[in-house]
Design a protein around this ligand. Structure first.
Ligand SMILES: *[C@@H]1O[C@H](CO)[C@@H](O)[C@H](O)[C@H]1NC(C)=O
Ligand SMILES: *[C@@H]1O[C@H](CO)[C@@H](O)[C@H](O)[C@H]1NC(C)=O
Ligand SMILES: *[C@@H]1O[C@H](CO)[C@@H](O)[C@H](O)[C@H]1NC(C)=O
Ligand SMILES: *[C@@H]1O[C@H](CO)[C@@H](O)[C@H](O)[C@H]1NC(C)=O
Length: 536
């Protein structure tokens, strides 16, 4: 039974909740983090602080992003609308002028009396958030960006030749890098300063902290490499481009090829492969970046705990999408494979997912990933149902006791506040709220939708990130607990119209027998006849 543990405690506490102050929200958004975490069953990766958060949280084991690239995914879940509604498939438009004046999660909290604050990469910077992280609408005061962010793509990585390079693999000695710090360290420090201020505030707060790692380049304190000796690093179980993969589904991971250390390898475009010893090094640096990120989460949560905020703050941790670590011969996001669409998603709700900590007791003591962890951490409550990031908005609103925005009409471009996702409140056992109509649904009928655009039917220079005007094909995916079904159909970027009778290719993977999605069964099935009506 999923909720058997301490149910009686939860029920008692919930009743007293109605009389309590509103809960604060700490939303942690990690960049390019797939669920390679201890709490998601990864045996190699050291993530004790995130695992500890999970142990007090409800952990969604099957959560999916709506498009596996930063700006479209972030705008989608922060507005609670799908990419077909935000009309953002690239990095180049601001939804308020391009699609509709959609409210965001922080805007909604701000309008409901919260102080809302952004630290680091929450919205994707640039046009897609009007060069202001959607200020002033989303935030109570200007968002914070770490000053050392500007060095991320510069030559700060010491190569084997002793010179500085703009490499993909970039373990650094932090005292040697410009400003003597790294962006995520600065973001943690700023977030802690803001939390300290908030202990004096009469209003509840909504603090979003966007971490940069493990996004490329893998620029992290070099000591984290020691957690992952190269000889212990395995390759992806399926490092080949699968035979039955339609070329339109493949993306050529052009961005890592621009880094100096990858250029030096003379890897052929578009299919590679990356030399085997270098595959190990990429995986090592991704895992080391995750452990470094985990220590930042640990510092932040430990400070929150010290400030006595753990009993009054909802904590959510998620990521904008995943990243392929060599699976299917790919080293990037930009696809519809689970390795790029599946994300960690966990909610700590004081008094609901864990009992309120006793005075003087810490829920989130900082854990050092270098200490060997003999005993297994409590895995927390697990939800196996498929859920979508687009459901974050209504779920957070409901958990904080705000009115859940109404379901969106179709189309909804003219509606500023509505939700396309489900409210996931039933998983938290609310008895004081109306039930979601999906409460009694069959888990087999739950669907997570994702999509990815392409400029052509075969991989080319801009297949990873086509700009809107270049999009010719859209891959629409349905992920159920049993299969992933993707149709790549003609797309008209002027009209934003997909033509489902113009099918370019299809993919069908049965998750039970083919969890890694290497055996495309589309041509063996009546692929085109599968439930087209289920498309959003
Ligand atoms: C968009 O929404 C914001 C926030 O509610 C509001 O201030 C602004 O006037 C709206 N813009 C338009 C064009 O309706
Ligand atoms: C976007 O930013 C510009 C420059 O600050 C501002 O003039 C404009 O009103 C903003 N757009 C919206 C929709 O708020
Ligand atoms: C590496 O693998 C060996 C053999 O399985 C194991 O004893 C060792 O603890 C591993 N090292 C790390 C840092 O995980
Ligand atoms: C890559 O190609 C260049 C030029 O063709 C050659 O000089 C170099 O040795 C090659 N490097 C490797 C690692 O194969």
């Amino acid at each position: 039974m999923m909720f058997s543990r301490s149910t009686h405690v939860i029920v008692c506490i919930t009743a007293s909740f109605l009389f309590m102050d509103p809960l604060n929200v700490l939303l942690i958004i990690v960049d390019d983090l797939r669920p390679t975490l201890g709490c998601y069953g990864d045996k190699l990766v050291r993530s004790p602080n995130i695992d500890q958060l999970a142990s007090h949280s409800l952990v969604f084991q099957n959560a999916f992003a709506q498009q596996a690239v930063c700006a479209p995914s972030r705008v989608s879940f922060l507005t609670g609308r799908r990419p077909d509604t935000t009309r953002l498939y690239d990095f180049n438009s601001y939804w308020r002028v391009h699609a509709g004046n959609f409210s965001t999660i922080p805007q909604y909290f701000k309008e409901n009396g919260y102080v809302t604050m952004s630290v680091g990469k929450v919205f994707h910077p640039g046009i897609s958030s009007n060069h202001s992280d959607d200020s002033p609408y989303s935030w109570s005061f200007p968002p914070y960006h770490p000053s050392s962010e500007k060095y991320e793509n510069t030559k700060t990585c010491r190569g084997e030749d002793g010179e500085l390079h703009a490499n993909l693999l970039c373990p650094v000695d932090v005292v040697d890098v410009p400003e003597g710090t790294l962006p995520d360290k600065q973001s943690t420090e700023q977030a802690i300063r803001l939390l300290e201020k908030m202990t004096m505030s009469a209003s509840p707060f909504f603090l979003a902290v966007g971490y940069h790692k493990p996004h490329i380049p893998f620029r992290y304190p070099k000591e984290f490499q020691k957690l992952y000796p190269l000889e212990n690093i395995t390759l992806a179980p399926d490092p080949q481009v699968p035979d039955g993969l339609p070329p339109v589904a493949y993306n050529p991971w052009m961005d890592i090829r621009q880094r100096e250390d990858i250029q030096a390898l003379n890897i052929s475009v578009p299919y590679g492969p990356v030399p085997v010893d270098f595959q190990r090094k990429i995986r090592q640096s991704y895992f080391a970046s995750v452990s470094y990120l985990d220590t930042q989460v640990g510092r932040l949560l430990s400070a929150l705990d010290d400030l006595q905020l753990a009993s009054s703050t909802i904590i959510v941790l998620t990521s904008d999408h995943g990243w392929a670590l060599g699976e299917h011969g790919e080293w990037a996001k930009y696809s519809n494979f689970d390795v790029t669409t599946r994300v960690p998603l966990m909610f700590y709700v004081p008094g609901r997912t864990a009992s309120v900590p006793e005075a003087g007791k810490k829920l989130f003591p900082y854990l050092d990933p270098f200490d060997s962890l003999s005993e297994l951490m409590d895995p927390g409550r697990q939800a196996m149902d498929l859920v979508e990031l687009v459901s974050l908005f209504p779920t957070l609103a409901g958990l904080a006791g705000l009115q859940v925005p109404p379901r969106c009409p179709i189309p909804s471009f003219h509606v500023e506040l509505c939700r396309e996702g489900r409210k996931l409140l039933k998983y938290f056992r609310y008895h004081d709220l109306e039930e979601d109509p999906y409460f009694h649904s069959n888990p087999r009928e739950l669907i997570a939708y994702s999509q990815y655009p392409r400029p052509a039917d075969s991989p080319q220079w801009n297949s990873d990130k086509p700009t809107l005007k270049d999009i010719k094909v859209m891959g629409y995916s349905i992920r159920t607990i049993d299969y992933r079904y993707t149709v790549w159909v003609g797309f008209n970027p002027d009209e934003f119209l997909a033509n489902f009778s113009d099918i370019h290719a299809g993919e069908l993977y049965f998750v039970g027998s083919d969890p890694l999605q290497d055996h495309n069964m589309y041509n063996d099935s009546q692929g085109g006849e599968l439930p087209r009506s289920l498309m959003p």
